[in-house]
Design a protein around this ligand. Structure first.
Ligand code: ATP
Ligand code: MG
Length: 161
């Protein structure tokens, strides 16, 4: 995956996913996505300080299965307050990059850094407390005993508002 250069488009940089790479893995249906996050805090992990917001992916390589890399040697540098769009075809790894930044998974190679520190140094909870993610597939309602009802997260959000 190649990253776009912020200098080409300073107001809204676009990182380009490797669209037409031959043999590019197709996006699997959700039912076939086998890997579940199982990242553990490392011994001596610290609570992250309040982030300024610099994000660096340095030569990151990652695959949900060892023999099927999704992202290879990918570098992306985002300054605090900078808005970046990841653009690419379905299955190219955009959501995977977000999952790596929030440390739902660890890269097989390279490093993900926030404010210059490898996210593996921090307690996961302290990273996620500072990152908001709006999932592309939001589940707001569920069917229970034949009735449609709001999910627990929707109920919590409604209580707060
Ligand atoms: N939990 C998982 N286990 C195994 N493979 C997965 C998992 N999640 C995603 N993948 C695979 O990794 C690849 C990248 O998926 P990802 O969801 O990051 O793509 P995307 O660029 O966000 O696609 P879209 O534009 O459809 O959202 C796809 O081939 C997908 O099937
Ligand atoms: Mg996605």
């Amino acid at each position: 995956m190649d990253s776009g250069s912020p200098s080409e488009c300073p107001r809204f940089p676009v990182a380009t996913a490797p669209a037409e790479r031959p043999g590019f893995p197709r996006r699997r249906p959700r039912s076939q996505r086998i890997a579940k996050p199982d990242v553990k805090d490392k011994r001596g992990a610290k609570a992250a300080p309040r982030f300024k917001g610099r994000i660096d992916l340095e030569n990151v390589t990652f695959g949900y299965e060892p023999d099927r890399p999704i992202i290879e040697n990918f570098t992306l540098n985002i300054a605090p307050q900078e808005a970046v769009a990841l653009v690419g075809p379905t299955g190219s790894g955009k959501s995977t990059i977000i999952s790596l930044i929030a440390r739902f998974y660890d890269p097989a190679g390279g490093a993900v850094k926030i404010d210059g520190r490898d996210v593996r140094e921090y307690k996961q909870r302290s990273i996620r407390d500072q990152i908001s993610i709006v999932p592309q597939e939001s589940v707001l309602f569920q069917r229970r005993s034949g009735r449609i009802s709001p999910t627990a997260s929707l109920r919590r959000a409604a209580q707060k508002s």
